[in-house]
Design a protein around this ligand. Structure first.
Ligand code: PEP
Ligand code: MN
Length: 367
C-alpha cells in the first residue's frame, strides 16, 4: 500500500506513521519519485505476526499522526511500474547519459573484464564507434563452476578507472545482495543478470541503493514476472530502472536464445520504464548481432547492449558472440538510420577525449 501524507505533514508526523506501521508488521520505504510525503508500506520480513490487512482504522484510533495522512492507496501487482503511473515515460540518467528519451543509446564492452589492457583497448574502441556506456562483468554468473568467475573487486576497479578515463559511465553486474554496496562504489549502473531476475533479497537491496539498475529478463520469465521484479525495485524507492530483453529460451539451438522483439514493444505499452535489447546474449552469434540490434531499435528499444572485445576470438567468456569495436562502428550508421525512421535519434556520444592511462600496465590474466 502507498501512503500519501498531506503536504503540510511534518517529518515527525510522517516518521510516527511509519513507525506505527512498522510495529504492525510492515516495512516502509520512502518513494521520493512520487513526492516528498509518499511512502510504501510493504509486508515485512522477519515478523512475528501477519500485518493488518487494512491498518487504517487502527492508525486512526491509535496514532495521532495519522491525521496527517491524505490518503492510503492500495497497491496491486504493477502499481508503480504500470504505464498509467507516468504516461510520458521515465528518463533514467546514468551520469550524463539519458535512457528512455528520444535518443537511442548503445551500451558496449566485453562480457568479462579480463585485464587492464583488454578493457582499455576495448573501451577506447567502442567509444570511438559511438557507444555511450561501457559494460563489463566483474562478478560473472557462469553455468559451470569450473569456468572463469570474473576478476571481482579488481575488475570493478579496472572498470571504474577505465570508464572515467575514457569518459563513459560504467554498468556491471551485481550477483548478490551482500555485494550491492561494493559494486555501487565503483559502477554508475548496476546490472541484475538474467539468472538473478527474481533474486528478491538482491532486488530489495537495489531498491535502496540509490543507483540506476539494468534489469535483465530471465530466460523463462513472463512479462508479468519481469515487471514484478521491476516493481520490487520501485517499491523500495528506486525508479531509475531500465529493463533489458536478452532473449528467452527457445526450441532451436541455432541461436543461443530467442530475441523476443514483441516483448520489447509490449513492455513499452505496459510500463513507463525504458527498455534495452541485448542482441549478444539473445543470438549468441556474432554474425547475427547487427541484424538483431537493428530490429530491436526498429521495434522501439531505447537502446542496445552489445558485447564487444578488442580481440573477439580471445574472449574468455561468450567468445562466439563477441564483436570487435570496428564491427560495432560498421553498423552504427544503420542503427542511426533506423532510429530516425522510427522518429528517434542515436544519442550523441560524449565528446570527452580519453585521458591516457599512466605508463604502467597491471595485466591480470585470468585463468
Ligand atoms: C552478461 O550481461 O554478461 C550476462 C551474463 O547476461 P545475462 O544475465 O543476460 O545472461
Ligand atoms: Mn556475456
Amino acid at each position: 500500500m502507498l501512503i500519501h501524507m498531506r503536504t503540510q505533514a511534518s517529518p515527525q508526523q510522517t516518521g510516527a506513521v511509519r513507525q506505527f506501521l512498522e510495529r504492525l508488521g510492515y516495512e516502509t520505504a520512502p518513494l521520493p519519485y512520487l513526492g516528498p510525503g509518499v511512502f510504501a508500506a510493504l509486508p515485512g520480513e522477519d515478523q512475528v505476526c501477519l500485518p493488518d490487512a487494512d491498518p487504517l482504522p487502527r492508525l486512526r484510533r491509535e496514532c495521532q499522526a495519522a491525521l496527517a495522512i491524505a490518503r492510503l492507496e492500495p497497491a496491486a501487482a504493477h502499481a508503480l511500474t504500470g504505464r498509467a503511473r507516468r504516461p510520458g515515460g521515465t528518463l533514467v540518467r546514468v551520469g550524463p547519459v539519458a535512457i528512455g528519451g528520444e535518443a537511442v543509446v548503445v551500451v558496449a564492452g566485453p562480457c568479462s573484464v579480463e585485464s587492464l589492457d583488454q578493457l582499455w583497448a576495448t573501451a577506447q574502441g567502442v567509444k570511438q564507434a559511438g557507444a555511450h556506456l561501457l559494460r563489463g562483468g566483474a562478478f560473472k554468473p557462469r553455468t559451470s563452476p569450473y569456468a572463469f568467475q570474473g576478476l571481482g573487486r579488481h575488475g570493478l576497479k579496472l572498470l571504474a578507472e577505465v570508464g572515467a578515463r575514457v569518459g563513459m559511465p560504467v554498468v556491471t553486474e551485481v550477483m548478490s545482495a551482500e555485494d550491492v554496496a561494493l559494486v555501487a562504489d565503483y559502477a554508475d549502473m548496476l546490472q541484475v543478470g538474467a539468472r538473478n531476475m527474481q533474486n528478491f533479497p538482491l532486488l530489495k537491496r537495489l531498491g535502496m541503493a540509490g543507483k540506476p539498475v539494468l534489469l535483465k529478463r530471465a530466460p523463462s520469465a513472463t512479462l508479468d514476472e519481469w515487471l514484478g521484479a521491476a516493481e520490487y525495485l520501485m517499491a523500495r524507492g528506486n525508479d531509475q530502472v531500465v529493463l533489458c530483453e536478452r532473449g528467452i529460451r527457445g526450441f532451436d539451438a541455432h541461436t543461443r536464445n530467442t530475441l523476443d522483439l514483441a516483448a520489447v514493444a509490449a513492455v513499452r505499452e505496459l510500463t513507463h520504464l525504458p527498455v534495452l535489447a541485448d542482441p549478444s546474449h539473445a543470438t549468441g552469434r556474432r554474425s547475427l548481432i547487427a541484424a538483431a540490434a537493428r530490429a530491436a531499435v526498429a521495434v522501439g528499444a531505447d537502446g542496445v547492449c552489445i558485447e564487444a572485445h578488442i580481440q573477439p576470438e580471445e574472449s574468455i567468456s561468450d567468445r562466439e558472440q563477441a564483436i570487435s569495436p570496428s564491427d560495432l562502428a560498421a553498423f552504427m550508421p544503420s542503427l542511426a538510420a533506423i532510429a530516425q525512421a522510427v522518429g528517434r535519434t542515436l544519442a550523441v556520444p560524449s565528446s570527452l577525449f580519453p585521458v591516457p592511462l599512466p605508463p604502467y600496465s597491471t595485466t591480470c590474466r585470468a585463468v
